[in-house]
Design a binder for this molecule. Structure first.
Ligand SMILES: NC(=O)c1ccc[n+]([C@@H]2O[C@H](COP(=O)([O-])OP(=O)(O)OC[C@H]3O[C@@H](n4cnc5c(N)ncnc54)[C@H](O)[C@@H]3O)[C@@H](O)[C@H]2O)c1
Length: 253
């Protein structure tokens, strides 16, 4: 699938990976890029720089997402690509609050699910479209840093997989699964197992992944290798992660 000439919505487009995707899609000749975010000032700055359109949207609010989709269709005719990218990283360990569990669930899981409610019927009515969820490697192999984040990203991959099974192949559904990325969110994760990817690394892999049409878009190899190791020896995989977590604790190596 080619980006050129396409109508594209990116949620969480004001910052980090979403901003990088908006900028790249514009440079690749997208017809219309809609930068959607709850941060309207940030979305406006990105949209003005790329000649796109800014939209205030809270991905957890059904009416807000419905308006984003309906207004975009009214403005540009149809939607080719929807990137359900907005996410939150705040979290913790076993003592993490109900508020943060709920926030992770609402943004990271219900965000893509609510978007699908409005976008997939439109794409089906036009006979084509691509729906991409920014999940995380933390959802493939359980990132150890944040309990609520890792669990919500497993569910985000579940959202994408369910959609792919039930609405593919007419609609292409994909899940982006990076390890840590150098964005404002990275500060939520503290010390991590992998060196941070750049936003450019991730966007390169997204463009390649869209062209290839593969379900998982993984900017680096470690998570898929770990995922395969988990499938063939789950206990061995857990033992390796336990050692990694122990080595990250102060006073242990
Ligand atoms: N940074 C990482 O290490 C990393 C790694 C893997 C996956 N991801 C995922 O990538 C996606 C983008 O994250 P990022 O690293 O660019 O973070 P970021 O914090 O730079 O950007 C997230 C954007 O989402 C927006 N947002 C948050 N809640 C929203 C809501 N309810 N409605 C609309 N917009 C909302 C924020 O305003 C922000 O602009 C997220 O889904 C994140 O979980 C990030």
């Amino acid at each position: 699938m080619d980006i050129s000439g396409k109508n594209i919505i990116v949620t969480g487009g004001a910052s980090g990976i979403g901003k990088g995707m908006c900028e790249r899609f514009a440079s690749l000749g997208a017809a219309n890029v809609v930068v959607a975010d709850r941060d309207l000032d940030g979305a406006t700055a990105v949209a003005e720089a790329i000649g796109g359109a800014a939209r205030m949207c809270d991905v957890t609010d059904d009416a807000s997402v419905a308006a984003l989709v309906a207004d975009t269709i009214a403005d540009v005719g149809h939607i080719d690509f929807f990137f359900a990218n907005a996410g939150v990283g705040a979290g913790g360990g076993v003592d993490v609050s109900d508020e943060l569990w709920d926030l992770s669930w609402q943004v990271n899981v219900m965000g893509p699910a609510i978007a699908a409610r409005h976008v997939i019927p439109h794409m089906e009515s036009q006979g084509q479209g691509t729906f991409v969820v920014t999940a995380s490697a933390a959802g493939l192999t359980t990132g150890p840093v944040s309990f609520n984040y890792a669990v919500s990203k497993h569910a985000a991959i579940g959202v994408a997989e369910w959609l792919a099974i039930n609405h593919g192949p007419a609609i292409t559904v994909q899940a982006i699964c990076p390890t840590i990325v150098d964005t404002p969110m990275a500060a939520d994760f503290g010390e991590v197992m992998f060196q941070a990817l750049s936003v450019d690394d991730v966007v390169d892999s997204v463009v390649a992944g869209i062209e290839a049409g593969t379900f998982i878009i993984a900017p680096n190899e470690q998570p898929m290798a770990m995922f395969q190791a988990k499938a063939s020896d789950w206990d061995g995989f857990l033992g390796n992660l336990q050692k990694m977590v122990a080595s990250m604790k102060p006073g242990e190596s």
